[in-house]
Design a protein around this ligand. Structure first.
Ligand SMILES: NC(=O)c1ccc[n+]([C@@H]2O[C@H](COP(=O)([O-])OP(=O)(O)OC[C@H]3O[C@@H](n4cnc5c(N)ncnc54)[C@H](OP(=O)(O)O)[C@@H]3O)[C@@H](O)[C@H]2O)c1
Length: 487
């Protein structure tokens, strides 16, 4: 969403710095972990670098604010480090600036010596099976954004009322986050920073049964041991895993020998299967791990047009393909009835105009963060001054800290290009940088949210949260956020 309110020029002129003109003008697009780590490393690596961090949201921190589960506060502590970066004299956060809408990539490249795209993956992989658009089916990303108070999903309204069963497709850590939020006691969630609209809906939720469905086996489950242990440890939760799914093939044994994580995940699932009672007690919440099932199509409710009623699965078996075990259909089918389906099969990045993009891999073709013109891998065909970091660079995998190494690599590439590569001569030319961008945005009547506005939002959220014994109550609608910004 683009906001076009006229702001007084006073703030704009204050924002113009009196820094010398031989600056290296760097623009980072995206203020999640990849963006902030890149900014931090760039500021350290180059004493004359002035780094502007843009975000399409009025608020900073990307996935740390909108992706990390509310019951994982320890993962959000990194916000303190990012705040120190944003407050560095040579850094500026510019929220509510949307690449592609407020400013084009070409304009940014003309304004800055270096542009680093770190805007992540804000879309979803699709299954491409019939019925995927039925009501009651959402991507896990949308559900996560909903409970985390992302303004784009404030009105998602997932059906937690007319069904007692949710099916989650995929068995990665996002699937586990989503399952945990559906199954955990709301009294525990109430003391987290979960959005109040989500907490209210979860308090009234009729969901009792959650199916976590994987197309491969327990050895290939994509989650990690810590996250699995956490969900298996939810109080008074009935866990169901079919013994037959736990049988291992020699290839599974081989995978477990080479991956400690897979071995540990398998062991935890086996232990849960043997230690769980045969059936749930009355009213007990249930978590069913279902393996070797791939979604074939979604079935529509006979009672309500356009609404999902079940997932039709094809049973699978594993076959080795290019050294990897992949799921292949067996021709046998099975339905799981459910009025709520969350597809947790991975995030997807979206390209902007003028950006080379590998549609197949869903990433920007790059060599150690340097954007390449084509997917051919030809290192000579460089997009000069353009770099990537984070999920846009390597795909939607890894934890927050993975971006630290990813940013390190991109910044090393930038520094090499500045000292002995294509930026040696161009970086000596003066560029308009921040001043030029602010002028352009002002002309377009784009309301820029500087870090000081985020600090106002932050204070407001903490104040509202303290009244409810929560760390914060997120402002989760565009109206609320923009109101603080225009005060
Ligand atoms: N607490 C944490 O540390 C935390 C929390 C959340 C996310 N993360 C990280 O964030 C990254 C993204 O997580 P994620 O869960 O979105 O992705 P992920 O780990 O890649 O898991 C994706 C899941 O979707 C399945 N899948 C993909 N395509 C499918 C299809 N066409 N049909 C059926 N199933 C399909 C995959 O199965 P196959 O294996 O068969 O492809 C896998 O189970 C991961 O690196 C994750 O560890 C970490």
């Amino acid at each position: 969403m683009q906001m076009a309110i006229f702001r007084s020029r006073t703030w704009l002129s204050r924002a113009f710095s009196s820094l010398p003109s031989n600056l290296l003008r760097v623009c980072v697009v995206g203020s999640g972990p990849a963006g902030f780590y890149t900014a931090e490393k760039m500021l350290k690596a180059h004493p004359k670098a002035e780094v502007d961090i843009l975000d399409r949201l009025p608020t900073p921190f990307g996935l740390v604010r909108s992706g990390v589960a509310p019951d994982h506060p320890e993962t959000k502590i990194v916000i303190n480090q990012f705040t120190r970066v944003a407050k560095n004299d040579r850094c500026m956060f510019l929220g509510n600036v949307n690449l592609g809408l407020s400013v084009s990539l070409k304009e940014l490249r003309d304004l800055y010596h270096v542009v680093v795209l770190a805007y992540g993956a804000e879309s979803d992989r699709v299954l491409g099976v019939p019925g995927e658009d039925l009501e009651g089916i959402h991507s896990a990303r949308e559900f996560v954004w909903w409970y985390n108070g992302h303004p784009d999903c404030r009105n998602l309204a997932p059906d937690l009322q007319t069904t007692d069963t949710a099916v989650i497709l995929g068995q990665g850590n996002v699937a586990l986050d989503v399952a945990r939020i559906l199954l955990r006691s709301t009294a525990e969630l109430a003391t987290t920073d979960i959005a109040s609209h989500a907490l209210g809906a979860l308090e009234k939720s009729s969901i009792r049964k959650v199916y976590l469905v994987g197309r491969r086996g327990p050895v290939q489950a994509a989650c990690t041991a810590k996250e699995l242990r956490e969900i298996l440890g939810i109080k008074d939760l009935y866990i169901n895993i079919q013994d037959v799914d736990l049988q291992k093939s020699p290839m599974d044994e081989e995978e477990m020998r080479t991956s400690r994580i897979q071995k540990r995940v398998y062991e935890l699932l086996s232990k849960a299967a043997t230690s769980s009672p045969v059936s749930p007690t009355t009213g007990q919440r249930e978590l069913h791990f279902v393996f070797f099932r791939k979604p074939d199509r979604f079935l529509e409710s006979e009672k309500r047009n356009g609404k999902v009623a079940a997932v039709h699965f094809e049973k699978t078996t594993l076959k080795v393909d290019s050294g990897r075990q992949v799921a292949v259909g067996t021709g046998e089918y099975e339905d799981i009835e459910s009025g709520l389906v969350l597809k947790s099969i991975g995030y997807k990045s979206i390209p902007v105009d003028g950006l080379p993009f590998d549609q197949h891999r869903g990433v920007v073709p790059n060599s150690r963060g340097r954007v390449l013109q084509t997917t051919s891998g030809d290192l000579l065909l460089l997009e000069e001054g353009l770099y990537v970091c984070g999920w846009l660079k390597r795909g939607p995998t890894g934890i927050v800290a993975t971006n630290l190494y990813c940013a390190e690599e991109t910044v090393v590439s930038i520094m090499e290009d500045l000292t002995q590569g294509p930026l040696v001569s161009t970086s000596t030319l003066s560029k308009p940088g921040r001043e030029g961008l602010l002028e352009l945005l002002d002309n377009r009547k784009v309301t820029v949210f500087p870090f000081s506005t985020w600090e106002k939002i932050d204070a407001e959220e903490k104040q509202q949260g303290s009244l409810k014994h929560k760390p914060r109550e997120k402002l989760s609608s565009w109206q609320e956020l923009l109101k603080v910004g225009s005060e």
